[in-house]
Design a protein around this ligand. Structure first.
Ligand code: GDP
Ligand code: IMO
Ligand code: MG
Length: 424
């Protein structure tokens, strides 16, 4: 039987690795691009022709030559935010209606899910997750507890379904002691406008559509959101998101058999960042961390929050390569380290009991990184066109990473623009 191929691109750290930029760069190689999990907690930035776009629910393949883009069943979608995002793209000259398909099985984020997100965070007190406040956790909770509202539900008896779901949420909010309903009416009004707006798009049985595409010998790129350390099973639980961000999530979130998966592209920064709470062994609290934040413009694309910055963590990355079955690495933001005298990468941990390990432990709290130091390359790489131009120090750094992670680095990114990408 003839079958097309499915590749997956996903984040190996705590999100914001640069997935949007690389999906856009790789899209010309594929027929279709699909998102398989997450929702508007994502913020994927793309830059080309002096324009900058931030995508939240719409796949990052939308700008390249009229390719079909699919929002899969594993995604959670907020109609109001989707409407704002889609209208802005249409205004900037990127028509979507014929080439963006939405799975009927994707779950809807209701305004009351956002209130529940806030109420849950409040109830956690100082142990709060630091969520994006977009209602992600409560929507996935409703999905797994078999209480969710799906895109396909829009097509019949929707108002009654909505009313029943809202009533249940209000009872849950009351139990959590939540009393602040300011702005809810307004939010609901825009949300319902979003529902009407969504009806202009094609609602599809995306598992059928995707498998037909593959049967026809075409190719699909699956775009991950968040990162492996935010995966609900394998991340730094409970400081994670509520979906499976790893490669297996693409099978579940799109209805693709594992035997169809080809390459798994794992994307990482040349250093590491994290937004929200939770352990981060290589976090830098000193001026080096501030310098990375400053040079890398490390502020959240969705919330504007400061990203916590630190050195690359190879123990953590080796774990991510393992659970995803990564076949090729992509290294981003190498240019941010251009001016540093020394660069560090964590190659082991000292556990709180004094033992050393190179394997990611169950609990990351209290582990101390063991670093290897590299000499900086001290050259502006942002205008390089080929890998031959890379300085020796940078080549040595890459070689060490490839050996430690037992995986080839296939692409190096040296700036935010589409053009600042070196394919090796
Ligand atoms: P995503 O969520 O994985 O798509 O990543 P984000 O868009 O949240 O964050 C990545 C940020 O880094 C964005 O502001 C990008 O424009 C920027 N960026 C991507 N690649 C590079 C790079 O190689 N160098 C620099 N300096 N910036 C980059
Ligand atoms: P992209 O796709 C970075 C983090 C939040 C919080 C935790 C849970 O742009 O890489 P949630 O709202 O999902 O319940 O929040 O996960 N988080 C992200 N951090 N990049 C993201 O997406 C993120 N999406 C969620 O900061 O710590
Ligand atoms: Mg992001």
């Amino acid at each position: 039987m003839k079958t097309g191929k499915v590749d997956i691109l996903l984040g190996l750290q705590w999100g914001d690795e640069g997935k949007g930029k690389i999906v856009d760069v790789l899209t010309p190689r594929y027929d279709v691009v699909a998102r398989f999990q997450g929702g508007p907690n994502a913020g994927h930035t793309l830059e080309f022709e002096s324009q900058k776009y931030v995508l939240r629910s719409i796949p990052s393949g939308i700008f390249q030559g009229g390719k079909i883009n699919i929002i899969g069943n594993g995604v959670v979608l907020a109609p109001d935010l989707f409407m704002n995002e889609a209208k802005e793209l249409e205004r900037s000259g990127h028509p979507l209606k014929t080439r963006l398909h939405i799975s009927k099985k994707a779950h809807l984020i209701m305004p009351t899910h956002r209130l529940l997100d806030k109420a849950n965070e409040m109830a956690k007190g100082k142990n709060l997750v630091g969520t994006t406040g977009k209602g992600i956790g409560p929507t996935y909770t409703d999905k797994t507890s078999r209480n969710g509202l799906r895109v396909g539900d829009i097509l019949n008896d929707f108002d009654e379904k909505y009313r029943l779901h809202k009533e249940r949420h209000l009872r849950m909010l009351a139990a959590l002691g939540w009393t602040d309903f300011t702005g809810l009416d307004e939010m609901e009004k825009t949300w319902m406008e979003g529902i009407e707006y969504m009806k202009k798009f094609m609602f599809v049985d995306s598992e059928h559509e995707i498998n037909h595409i593959l049967r026809d010998g075409k190719t699909l790129l699956c775009e991950g959101a968040q990162g492996t350390m935010l995966d609900v099973d394998f991340g730094s639980y409970p400081f994670v998101t509520s979906s499976n961000t790893i490669a297996a999530g693409a099978c579940v979130g799109l209805g693709i058999g594992p035997s169809k998966i080809g390459n798994v592209y794992g994307i990482m920064k040349a250093y590491c960042t994290r937004v929200g709470s939770g352990p981060f062994p290589t976090e830098l609290f000193d001026e080096t961390g501030a310098r990375i934040r400053d040079l890398g413009h490390e502020y959240g694309a969705v919330t504007g929050r400061e990203r916590r910055c630190g050195w690359m963590d190879l123990v953590q990355l080796r774990y991510s390569v393992m659970v995803n079955g990564v076949t090729e690495l992509i290294m981003m933001k190498s240019d941010v380290l251009d001016g540093f005298d020394t660069i560090k990468a964590c190659v082991g941990y000292v556990l709180p009991n004094g033992e050393k390990t190179e394997e990611l432990p169950f609990d990351l709290n209290g582990v101390k990184p063991i670093y290897k130091e590299f000499k900086g390359w001290k050259i502006d790489m942002t205008k390089f066109k080929s890998e031959e131009q890379f300085p020796t120090e940078f080549k040595e750094y890459m070689k060490f990473l490839e050996d430690f992670l037992e995986t080839r680095i296939g692409i190096v990114s040296i700036g935010p623009d589409r053009e600042q990408t070196i394919v090796r």
